[in-house]
Design a protein around this ligand. Structure first.
Ligand code: IPE
Ligand code: MG
Length: 242
């Protein structure tokens, strides 16, 4: 598969529709999550093929605790299991795994698995896969503001130094570039508190496919749609990012 002309540097992926996929088939919602995991692997391979350097996936949000205890338990336990099962293959594919989200409340066995995968793959130079677990965009921004306030109170930061660039350095993964393509599956057209700061100038593509049926061919179509957009960043004419 040949790469389209203009490829996004950073794709944000909201993997939605697992529950509906399962319901349509008379299956438990958890079966949708299992099938969704296979879809994510295919998307990672699609990123490798297309030359997309950053993929950030919304796995579990700060709001997902509102789901039934059984479903929360399944998603966290299953994430822990697949991280262990998949990390060697991802490592062999030169994928750098990292994660962001609040540690508090997240099972420590899950954050330990995430930390281990990050440690194993930290020197890889291929796709950077950022797993968002117990993540919320507002929580991330509030946590950055709190850290800035602490540094100001400690006298190591002057309030007049706080600007957009400095603020961005206090985010959970400061080296993540801005989101170019924000992609959500299942026909829902919402941000749902994902990467609020980083998506300020993102192009949004919504695909009707339920996530378990989503694969690299859908990713490719989204990247093509992205390639045809005119990005202006507030200027009157398109701005080329080179
Ligand atoms: C996405 O699928 C997976 C997670 C949010 C963990 P959903 O579980 O939201 O599926 P629907 O929206 O109910 O179909
Ligand atoms: Mg959903």
């Amino acid at each position: 598969m040949s790469a389209p002309n203009r490829v996004p540097r950073h794709v944000a992926l909201v993997m939605d529709g697992n529950g509906r996929w399962a319901k349509q088939r008379g299956l438990q919602r958890t079966e949708g999550h299992r099938k969704g995991e296979a879809a994510l692997n295919d998307i990672v391979e699609g990123c490798i093929e297309l030359g997309i350097p950053y993929l950030t996936a919304f796995v579990f949000s700060t709001e997902n605790w509102r789901r039934s205890p059984d479903e929360v338990r399944f998603i966290l336990g299953y994430s822990r299991k697949i991280l262990r099962a998949r990390r060697d293959l991802l490592h062999a594919q030169n994928v750098k795994i990292q994660w962001m989200g609040r540690r508090s409340r997240l099972w420590s066995s899950v954050s330990r698995e995430l930390d281990d995968a990050a440690e194993l793959t930290k020197n890889n130079t291929g796709v950077t896969l950022t797993m968002c677990m117990n993540y919320g965009g507002r929580a991330e921004i509030a946590d950055a503001a709190a850290a800035i306030a602490r540094d100001v109170a400690a006298g190591v930061l002057k309030p007049n130094k706080v600007d957009e660039d400095l603020f961005a350095r206090y985010l959970a993964q400061p080296e993540l570039p801005d989101v170019d393509l924000f992609l959500r599956t299942s026909g829902e057209q919402r941000i749902s508190n994902f990467l609020l700061w980083q998506s300020a100038f993102a192009e949004f593509v919504f695909d009707d496919t339920l996530f378990p049926d989503f694969d690299r061919s859908h990713l490719r179509r989204a990247v093509e749609a992205y390639g045809n957009r005119e990005r202006r960043f507030g200027a009157e004419a398109p701005i080329s990012l080179g």
